[in-house]
Design a protein around this ligand. Sequence first.
Ligand SMILES: [Cu+2]
Length: 293
Amino acid sequence: MTVRLAALAAFFAGLFAGPAFSGEPQNWRLGLQEAATPTMERIDSFHDFLNIIITLIVLFVLALLLYTMWRFSEKRNPTPSKTTHHTGLEIAWTVIPVFILIIIAIPSFKLLYFADRVEDPDMTLKIVGHQWYWSYEYPDHGNFTFDANMVADDELKPGQKRLLDTDNRVVLPVGKKIQLLMTSDDVIHNWGMPAFGIKLDTVPGRLNETWIQITKPGVYYGFCSELCGLNHSYMPIAVEAVSEADFKKWVIKAQKEFASVDEGAKPKLADTKTIDTDVTSTGMRLAQSQAGQ
Ligand SMILES: [Cu+2]
């Protein structure tokens, strides 16, 4: 009972106070995760704008219903009108919704183009989806690459989050415009990061682009958001946003620790051009290589 009461209290506290900043899922959260990029800030305000429109429409329809029930009840309106068409009304209920849709479409398209790409990014991060982990490349910092696998339940260290933390976090500098290039090594995955306002498919043989400019230091968590197979729910994303000085220190360490893409250690993005999605020819090549052995 006390637990339930506490949960209820937390729920209402969250309702009125708003949750403290965190780039991760939270119990009893009602709204979106707090924005940590310009794109997500705009998504937030677009979401609020839509909420206002939806609320006004619902209240209007509710008022119409209540008025109709009251005004045209059998008692007040014993002989109903036989009118079936009203040209003026029909034009109105076609044109007004079209206007509402246009009012929604304009900021929606603006936001879509804003999130699409950034001019003159400060750096690039390449993201490659695999069954079932992510790998990352830093082409502007010596082109090193590493994999990020989920930390298994029995290997969690204190402070690490179950189903969210990875063995290697993606470290990025706060305040820099970062171009994100995404692709996949096998099937379609999706790099979904709620606090950044990103949910973008990683498609084999294709390069998808978006960008971020992280506004607050911290650790941010996300998920693969495209059903990609057996371990789809076990390939989380953990991003650590740090100051530029700390990022430079991490880069020096990472260059020593991780292999360089140029050494051919890890799949290159360039290889995705030649990824063979045709099952038949892949099977044929497999058969040929086996025959050759
Ligand atoms: Cu996936």
